[in-house]
Design a protein around this ligand. Structure first.
Ligand code: AMP
Length: 279
């Protein structure tokens, strides 16, 4: 196989992709890669002729300037991991390449953008839709791979693709976890040791909650999770909701006939972690 290419400009990237042809698998990332990202890459590698990975910390999806500033950037190490995973092309553009002018596009995602992450991070999903639609326009992938770790983001992207009639298959991939159960995240590398030690409580509580839903009410399960996580003293639950996995409306009873997802955001000190589980 040819050496992995790294492009910083849209022109170089599109020229290269157009010359190759075949089925293009695309994995958009913000870098600081871990085994969760690599699982998406491996799936794309199995299913496509060419695998393109973008590494771009998108400013328009950060509602907190401090979070943007502190977001880990590790391009050299990322490139080594991607090469080892058999990636063909890394696209690591500057902000000017992605946004030659200010992107004022506003999307309307209805309720999906008003609850959970949408409620807590104003403008976040609009920024996600801006960057992913722009990247789709540049890369023109056949298939694009996203992690269920960002469950609500997947719904936003599916809706964005529908609204803009983009010809791409969106492929959802399961959450990759550390042995402790903690969902892998680029933000985990910012956790101080004492927080890293208690953070597995998040998934432990979610798993217990899913089992307790057989016998307990929605409200009781929600309190159970909040209490259990906050017993650690170091973790603070921002929200925990069990929603209809298609509409994102909160469910009030486990008897409701729909796919259900428990979604949580927790502060570990200054670092915000999210996770989710199927109910
Ligand atoms: P990010 O770099 O955080 O924007 O993530 C890039 C892609 O990797 C998104 O589709 C994420 O949902 C996915 N991803 C991040 N963490 C995980 C994980 N632990 N398991 C599976 N996919 C993940």
């Amino acid at each position: 196989m040819a050496d992995m290419k790294i492009f910083e400009t849209c022109n170089e990237l599109t020229t290269y992709i157009n010359l190759q042809g075949g089925k293009v698998g695309f994995v958009p990332t913000m870098g600081a890669l871990h085994a969760g990202h690599i699982s998406l890459v491996e799936r794309a590698r199995r299913e496509c002729d060419m695998v393109v990975v973008s590494v771009f910390v998108n400013p328009t999806q950060f509602n907190d300037p401090k979070d943007l500033e502190n977001y880990p950037r590790t391009l050299e190490v990322d490139a080594k991991m991607l090469e080892a995973a058999g990636v063909d092309v890394v696209f690591a553009p500057t902000v000017e390449q992605i946004y030659p002018e200010t992107d004022n596009r506003q999307f309307d995602f209805g309720l999906i953008d008003k609850v959970l992450e949408g409620a807590m991070r104003k403008g976040h999903f609009n920024g996600v839709a801006q960057v992913v639609s722009r990247l789709f326009d540049i890369v023109k992938p056949t298939c694009a791979y996203f992690g269920e770790k960002d469950f609500q983001q997947m719904a936003i992207i599916a809706d964005m693709v529908r609204q803009l009639s983009i010809d791409v298959e969106i492929v959802g991939c399961p959450i990759v976890r550390a042995e402790s159960g903690l969902a892998l995240s680029s933000r985990n590398m910012l956790l101080k040791p004492e927080y890293l030690e208690v953070a597995p409580l998040i998934y432990k509580s979610l798993s217990e909650a899913a089992a307790l839903s057989e016998t307990m009410s929605v409200e009781a399960v929600k309190s159970y999770v909040a209490n259990k996580i906050e017993e650690s003293k170091l973790l603070k639950v921002e929200y925990f909701e069990i929603v209809n996995a298609s509409t994102f409306e909160s469910i009030t009873s486990f008897e409701q006939e729909c796919n259900k997802r428990g979604c949580i955001a927790v502060y570990a000190g200054e670092i915000r972690l999210i996770d989710n589980i199927k109910f």
